[in-house]
Ligand binder design. Structure first.
Ligand SMILES: [Zn+2]
Length: 234
């Protein structure tokens, strides 16, 4: 038996885009040796002017507090990408190491898209682990490079003892309707060739490895059916 494999996966909604009923979410993985691994951190405390369509809910700090965790208890923050609804509280986790695709971190240095929350993600480089492509972070916790939404976006595969494999697509597949080999015309498909290639990459993994649960990044209809913190998948 491995000593640091994922034991629990918590899902939490930390905000929304009310006009479109889109949930803004983060995830927490707990391992059997007591590590707390957060995946994304949600919206910034003060929403920038250019992002007024977003609204904070019970934020990641409050959600973690409700299961007895302080920001200092987080060992690792897996950063899927630096958009403002995914990396908005990174700086609150002062004891954590961050894990991000090198391609993404390097692109973000000069990409104005990520400027408004630079103070959150632009942490001292000693605290950032830059990874290149698909990477097994722990036995049962894998990062899957899924560029397209942004360069160096990453999705996360978590293997749990009872539930089995759970794929968190994040923004590689924001809505379940876009999880198809043929691009959809209804706007649910990710943009561009790289985005579509990443969808196919994830579909291949799901089929090959019999992944039972695929959680899409911003799918309100699916979200309403999932267990949320304080409940968890195990
Ligand atoms: Zn997003």
């Amino acid at each position: 038996m491995s000593q640091n494999a994922p034991q629990r996966l918590y899902l939490m909604q930390v905000g929304s885009m009310p006009e479109y009923q889109i949930p803004i979410v983060c995830y927490l993985v707990q391992t059997d040796d007591g590590q707390n691994i957060l995946i994304d951190t949600g919206l910034p405390e003060v929403i920038p002017d250019d992002s007024s369509e977003f609204e904070n809910g019970k934020d990641v700090i409050q959600q973690l507090a409700s299961i007895g965790l302080k920001p200092e208890d987080i060992d690792t923050v897996i950063s899927t990408h630096y958009d403002g609804d995914h990396a908005g509280r990174h700086a609150s986790f002062t004891k954590a190491g961050y894990v991000v695709q090198r391609l993404h971190h390097e692109d973000a240095q000069t990409n104005p898209r990520f400027d408004s929350i630079r103070a959150e993600w632009d942490q001292p480089i000693e605290r950032i682990r830059l990874v290149d492509g698909d990477t097994e972070l722990l036995p049962g916790l894998e990062l899957i490079e899924t560029s397209g939404h942004v360069p160096g976006h990453q999705s996360v595969l978590v293997r749990l003892p009872k539930t089995g494999a759970v794929l968190l697509t994040i923004d590689a597949v924001p809505f379940g309707g876009g999880f198809t080999r043929e691009p959809q015309e209804d706007g649910s498909s990710p943009n561009g060739e790289a985005g579509q290639a990443s969808v196919v990459k994830l579909l291949d993994r799901v089929e090959r490895e019999h992944i039972g649960l695929v959680i899409f990044g911003h799918d309100n209809e699916q979200w309403s059916t999932l267990k949320k913190l304080p409940e968890y998948y195990e």
